[in-house]
Design a protein around this ligand. Structure first.
Ligand code: MRU
Length: 371
């Protein structure tokens, strides 16, 4: 993804010191572009928990690099002490955010990779190459999601005789939520790059406004026409034929097809069903949960601090200001995700292709997971 003409990923090792991980701090976006250094496990854990970085794929990639940093700093006086420290750091990282399954997946992949080799230097080297492999795969899988998903937009464009295709998205499942390209946005970028006229309705996505702040910013950087809408507008637009398809991302999708995503996604899926608007979910295989069956009963839903609901932040005279929105004493509750049952999802767009949101559809693409 280009920012002011320069190519960036969302996470990388510092060119001057490969013991330092660099990220784009997403909190001040779109008003300020700040690169942050992460040098120890506490800094990595804070960056994930306090959402300097966010989005399922990027949370996973950051945890992968976090385990590399953990290996760099683990005591090298005995293998037992080294492994004990890695175990502690793994727990700290996995406790940062509960819903995105990529986090646990990346940490466990790192622990398994390091367990395969002997010697401190080798373990550190393996942790580094594994972190880079997780990041590279994430970018490549998102690129392929774009390649598969663009066919859906192309078909609608042909049906509309080349008229603009209107896509609604929720939250930010874009470049910023992954290492590159994004999931929901990858087909949109691919269509735009092919010259297919597209326009994106961007849900603002209260309370943290990932749509209004981040999706709008990255679509703008790529030159994709878009309009920010308040969270409750989507249903009205669908009733008036102004949405051709919905594409969202997901933080955890069960092998049965139930989809956990940013709070409010379920309501958009209901409105889409009622208006015969196709509802697609883009995801890399790292976001599948191969164990749980029932999304509503089993997916852990993160509850965040009520201040995110009660206050709102934005730019004011060259500075960022946070202001109180509600009566000071009113209690607020902040559920960060909800679950959209498989029956409301038209199809999943993965790096291997498009499939039905069902056990049969998913296992058809990932037969090696059948056992
Ligand atoms: O709380 P966030 O911003 O980390 O939420 C995760 C998301 O980015 C969205 O739910 C997104 O749509 C899923 S795809 C990364």
């Amino acid at each position: 993804m280009n920012v002011d003409g320069k190519h960036y990923r969302t996470i990388w090792l510092s060119e001057t010191d490969e013991r330092v991980v660099q990220i784009i701090d997403q909190r001040p976006l779109p008003h300020q572009f700040i690169i942050e250094d992460l040098t120890n496990v506490s800094e990595v854990a804070r960056a994930i928990k306090d959402m300097h970085i966010r989005g399922a794929g990027l949370v996973g990639a950051t945890a992968g690099y976090g385990m590399f940093i953990a290996a760099l700093h683990a005591p090298q006086n005995s293998p037992i002490a080294f492994n004990a420290q890695l175990g502690e750091d793994a727990k700290i990282l996995m406790a940062t955010r509960p819903t995105a399954v990529n986090l646990e997946w990346a940490v466990k992949r790192q622990l398994a990779a390091m367990a395969e080799v002997d010697g401190f230097a080798k373990k550190i080297q393996v942790a580094k190459t594994t972190a880079q492999a997780i990041a590279d795969e994430d970018a490549e899988f998102c690129r392929r999601i774009g390649e598969h998903g663009v066919s859906l937009i192309e078909q609608i464009s042909q049906r509309k005789s080349g008229e603009t295709v209107n896509i609604l998205t929720h939250c930010n499942a874009g470049w910023l939520a992954f290492v590159d390209y994004g999931t929901a946005t990858a087909p949109v970028y691919a269509a735009h790059d092919k010259g297919i006229p597209v326009h994106v309705w961007v849900d603002e996505t209260r309370p943290r406004n990932q749509g209004a702040r981040l999706t709008a910013w990255e679509l703008g950087q790529h030159g994709v026409p878009h309009t920010v809408i308040a969270d409750n507008v989507g249903g009205h637009l669908m009733q008036h034929g102004q949405v051709d398809l919905v594409i969202t991302g997901t933080d955890r999708t069960l092998y049965t097809g139930d989809v956990a995503n940013k709070i409010g996604t379920y309501l958009k899926a209901l409105a889409a069903k009622d208006n015969d608007v196709p509802f697609y979910v883009g995801l890399p295989s790292s976001t599948f949960d191969w164990e749980k069956r029932d999304g509503i009963k089993e997916i852990p839903i993160e509850q965040r601090d009520a201040t995110e609901v009660k206050y709102i932040a934005g730019a004011h005279e060259g500075d960022t200001k946070t202001v109180l929105l509600t009566p000071e004493d009113s209690p607020a509750v902040n559920y960060a995700f909800d679950v959209t049952p498989a029956r409301l999802v038209t199809a999943l767009i993965t790096e291997r292709g498009i499939c039905e949101a069902s056990e049969a559809g998913i296992m058809g693409l990932y037969p090696e997971k059948r056992s």
